[in-house]
Design a protein around this ligand. Sequence first.
Ligand code: 4NP
Length: 148
Amino acid sequence: MKKILFVCLGNICRSPMAEFVMRDMVEKAGAGGGFLIASAATSAEETGNPVHHGTRKKLAEHGISTSGKYAVQLKRDDYGKYDLIIGMDDYNIRSMLRLFGGDPSGKVKKLLDFAGGGNIADPWYTGNFDETYDDVVRGCSALLDSLT
Ligand code: 4NP
Protein backbone atom coordinates (compact mmCIF):
# COMPACT_ATOMS: atom_id res chain seq x y z
CA MET A 1 0.00 0.00 0.00
CA LYS A 2 1.43 3.36 -1.10
CA LYS A 3 0.40 6.18 1.23
CA ILE A 4 0.44 9.67 -0.25
CA LEU A 5 -0.37 12.97 1.47
CA PHE A 6 -0.80 16.15 -0.60
CA VAL A 7 -0.14 19.41 1.23
CA CYS A 8 -0.88 23.11 0.60
CA LEU A 9 -1.41 26.19 2.75
CA GLY A 10 -5.17 25.97 3.38
CA ASN A 11 -6.25 22.46 2.25
CA ILE A 12 -9.25 23.92 0.45
CA CYS A 13 -7.98 24.62 -3.10
CA ARG A 14 -4.81 22.89 -4.39
CA SER A 15 -4.11 19.87 -2.18
CA PRO A 16 -7.71 18.57 -2.17
CA MET A 17 -7.68 19.00 -5.96
CA ALA A 18 -4.53 16.86 -6.13
CA GLU A 19 -6.01 14.33 -3.67
CA PHE A 20 -9.19 13.77 -5.69
CA VAL A 21 -7.51 13.91 -9.12
CA MET A 22 -4.94 11.34 -7.98
CA ARG A 23 -7.66 9.09 -6.51
CA ASP A 24 -9.52 9.27 -9.82
CA MET A 25 -6.36 8.46 -11.79
CA VAL A 26 -5.43 5.42 -9.70
CA GLU A 27 -9.04 4.15 -9.82
CA LYS A 28 -9.10 4.49 -13.61
CA ALA A 29 -5.72 2.74 -13.80
CA GLY A 30 -7.28 -0.13 -11.82
CA ALA A 31 -4.83 0.47 -8.98
CA GLY A 32 -7.14 2.06 -6.40
CA GLY A 33 -6.62 -0.72 -3.86
CA GLY A 34 -2.88 -0.07 -3.75
CA PHE A 35 -3.12 3.52 -2.61
CA LEU A 36 -4.14 5.56 0.42
CA ILE A 37 -4.43 9.21 -0.65
CA ALA A 38 -5.19 12.20 1.59
CA SER A 39 -4.46 15.93 1.89
CA ALA A 40 -3.70 18.47 4.62
CA ALA A 41 -2.83 22.13 5.29
CA THR A 42 0.31 23.69 6.71
CA SER A 43 -1.85 26.42 8.30
CA ALA A 44 -4.86 26.22 10.63
CA GLU A 45 -6.59 29.01 8.66
CA GLU A 46 -9.26 26.86 6.98
CA THR A 47 -9.48 23.88 9.37
CA GLY A 48 -12.92 22.25 9.19
CA ASN A 49 -13.96 24.11 6.05
CA PRO A 50 -15.21 22.32 2.92
CA VAL A 51 -13.32 22.34 -0.37
CA HIS A 52 -13.36 25.77 -2.13
CA HIS A 53 -16.25 26.10 -4.60
CA GLY A 54 -13.76 26.84 -7.43
CA THR A 55 -12.05 23.47 -6.91
CA ARG A 56 -15.42 21.72 -6.46
CA LYS A 57 -16.77 23.24 -9.69
CA LYS A 58 -13.65 22.40 -11.69
CA LEU A 59 -13.59 18.79 -10.47
CA ALA A 60 -17.34 18.39 -11.06
CA GLU A 61 -16.69 19.23 -14.74
CA HIS A 62 -14.60 16.05 -14.76
CA GLY A 63 -17.12 13.95 -12.84
CA ILE A 64 -15.11 14.08 -9.60
CA SER A 65 -16.80 14.76 -6.23
CA THR A 66 -15.01 16.01 -3.09
CA SER A 67 -17.97 15.22 -0.88
CA GLY A 68 -16.99 14.52 2.74
CA LYS A 69 -13.66 16.38 2.54
CA TYR A 70 -13.02 19.09 5.15
CA ALA A 71 -9.70 20.87 5.69
CA VAL A 72 -7.32 19.34 8.23
CA GLN A 73 -4.01 20.65 9.49
CA LEU A 74 -0.78 18.72 8.94
CA LYS A 75 0.70 17.26 12.13
CA ARG A 76 4.28 16.37 12.98
CA ASP A 77 3.40 12.66 13.33
CA ASP A 78 2.02 12.57 9.77
CA TYR A 79 5.65 12.19 8.72
CA GLY A 80 5.66 8.57 9.91
CA LYS A 81 2.22 7.76 8.48
CA TYR A 82 2.89 8.42 4.78
CA ASP A 83 5.41 7.26 2.17
CA LEU A 84 5.24 10.47 0.15
CA ILE A 85 4.33 13.94 1.43
CA ILE A 86 3.87 16.21 -1.55
CA GLY A 87 3.69 20.01 -1.36
CA MET A 88 2.26 22.30 -4.02
CA ASP A 89 4.89 25.06 -3.82
CA ASP A 90 8.25 26.01 -2.29
CA TYR A 91 6.58 27.73 0.65
CA ASN A 92 4.73 24.50 1.57
CA ILE A 93 8.01 22.58 1.40
CA ARG A 94 9.75 25.03 3.76
CA SER A 95 6.82 24.88 6.22
CA MET A 96 6.88 21.07 6.19
CA LEU A 97 10.63 20.82 6.73
CA ARG A 98 10.25 23.16 9.72
CA LEU A 99 7.34 21.14 11.20
CA PHE A 100 9.00 17.75 10.63
CA GLY A 101 12.47 18.97 11.65
CA GLY A 102 13.89 17.94 8.26
CA ASP A 103 13.22 15.01 5.93
CA PRO A 104 15.40 12.08 7.07
CA SER A 105 13.54 9.52 4.90
CA GLY A 106 13.37 11.68 1.76
CA LYS A 107 9.54 11.69 1.65
CA VAL A 108 8.95 15.40 1.14
CA LYS A 109 8.55 16.31 -2.54
CA LYS A 110 7.01 19.05 -4.64
CA LEU A 111 4.29 17.88 -7.03
CA LEU A 112 5.67 19.48 -10.18
CA ASP A 113 9.16 18.10 -9.50
CA PHE A 114 7.71 14.89 -10.97
CA ALA A 115 6.91 16.86 -14.15
CA GLY A 116 9.97 19.01 -14.76
CA GLY A 117 9.67 21.50 -11.86
CA GLY A 118 7.72 24.60 -10.83
CA ASN A 119 4.96 25.49 -8.40
CA ILE A 120 1.25 24.66 -8.74
CA ALA A 121 -0.57 27.90 -9.65
CA ASP A 122 -2.37 29.18 -6.52
CA PRO A 123 -6.02 29.93 -7.36
CA TRP A 124 -6.59 31.62 -3.99
CA TYR A 125 -4.78 34.59 -5.47
CA THR A 126 -5.46 34.20 -9.21
CA GLY A 127 -9.07 32.91 -9.16
CA ASN A 128 -7.97 30.70 -12.07
CA PHE A 129 -8.87 27.12 -11.20
CA ASP A 130 -8.39 25.97 -14.82
CA GLU A 131 -4.66 26.66 -14.68
CA THR A 132 -4.41 24.96 -11.28
CA TYR A 133 -6.27 21.92 -12.59
CA ASP A 134 -3.93 21.61 -15.61
CA ASP A 135 -0.89 21.82 -13.30
CA VAL A 136 -2.37 19.24 -10.91
CA VAL A 137 -3.20 16.80 -13.71
CA ARG A 138 0.31 17.18 -15.16
CA GLY A 139 1.89 16.59 -11.73
CA CYS A 140 -0.34 13.67 -10.71
CA SER A 141 0.05 11.97 -14.06
CA ALA A 142 3.86 12.16 -13.78
CA LEU A 143 3.66 11.03 -10.14
CA LEU A 144 1.58 7.99 -11.12
CA ASP A 145 4.04 7.14 -13.91
CA SER A 146 6.88 7.29 -11.37
CA LEU A 147 5.05 4.80 -9.12
CA THR A 148 3.90 2.23 -11.69
P1 4NP B 1 -4.82 26.41 -0.80
O1 4NP B 1 -5.33 27.92 -1.03
O2 4NP B 1 -3.55 26.53 0.02
O3 4NP B 1 -4.57 25.92 -2.18
O4 4NP B 1 -5.93 25.68 -0.08
C1 4NP B 1 -5.39 28.86 0.01
C2 4NP B 1 -6.37 28.77 0.96
C3 4NP B 1 -6.44 29.71 1.97
C4 4NP B 1 -5.49 30.72 2.02
C5 4NP B 1 -4.47 30.80 1.08
C6 4NP B 1 -4.41 29.85 0.08
N1 4NP B 1 -5.56 31.70 3.05
O5 4NP B 1 -4.75 32.64 3.05
O6 4NP B 1 -6.42 31.56 3.97
